[in-house]
Design a protein around this ligand. Structure first.
Ligand SMILES: [Zn+2]
Length: 222
């Protein structure tokens, strides 16, 4: 994919990359070989997406029925796998694909209004429904992969999702700019001490770098 995990992107850049004006969170097989999920862990986010296992697993919540005669309050009815006419919903399509454990999913995270982060490419490995607040919700398990969306392995250190709260704190602390040169475009969340050397995804060890300084840093470490 065109974006690296941890890269900060605009909504428009994301839509341009995916060739679609992304209006909904779940987009099954948006490209010929991949799906797209949009997540958010902001305090007012509509769904309860979780990051687990040190940033290598996402548990993504399915989406509610559209508001309508059947569902005046979408939060009060089961999340549907099929529509009233029997067609698979987005929940249903992801649910079926989870059985194959093959579907590759690009995950983008909304950090702030208009500011998104690429979380990387994941493999959809499980799906289930569970009772939550008196109704059934869908949950999807996504495991981080170093593959690109075409399934080709990438030459880079294994990535981890940086927790949302850390990203928001770092973004505020660094003022949305590269800490080395002040650039405000082509930004990445960067681990000062890399994962491979034991660096943690903490506010103290994460900073914002522009692409130029990010690359320079890579060269220095090799
Ligand atoms: Zn810079």
């Amino acid at each position: 994919m065109a974006f690296e995990p941890g890269e900060v992107i605009s909504y428009l850049a994301m839509c341009e990359e995916e060739g679609s004006s992304l209006q909904r969170g779940m987009n099954f097989r948006l490209g010929p070989n991949h799906s797209v999920l949009l997540m958010s862990q902001r305090p007012n986010a509509p769904y309860a997406d979780e990051v687990r296992d040190g940033g290598t697993v996402i548990i993504y919540e399915g989406h509610d029925a559209p508001r309508g005669d059947d569902a005046p309050d979408p939060k009060a009815v089961d999340q549907p796998l099929r529509t009233a006419t029997g067609r698979l919903t987005q929940n249903g399509r992801f649910f079926e694909a989870a059985r194959t454990r093959r579907e590759l999913v690009r995950v983008y995270e909304k950090l702030l209004q208009g500011i998104w982060v690429c979380n990387g490419v994941f493999r959809l490995t499980d799906a289930w429904t569970e009772s939550s607040g008196g109704r059934l919700v869908c949950r999807f398990r996504l495991e981080i992969t170093e593959a690109d969306a075409a399934g080709a392995p990438q030459q880079r250190e294994p990535s981890r999702i940086i927790p949302s709260v850390v990203k928001r704190e770092v973004w505020a602390r660094d003022g949305g700019r590269c800490v080395l040169c002040g650039a405000s475009d082509d930004l990445h969340f960067d681990h000062e001490i890399p994962f491979s050397r034991g660096g943690a995804s903490t506010t103290e060890n994460v900073r914002i770098l522009c692409a130029r300084h990010n690359l320079r840093k890579g060269a220095r470490i090799e």
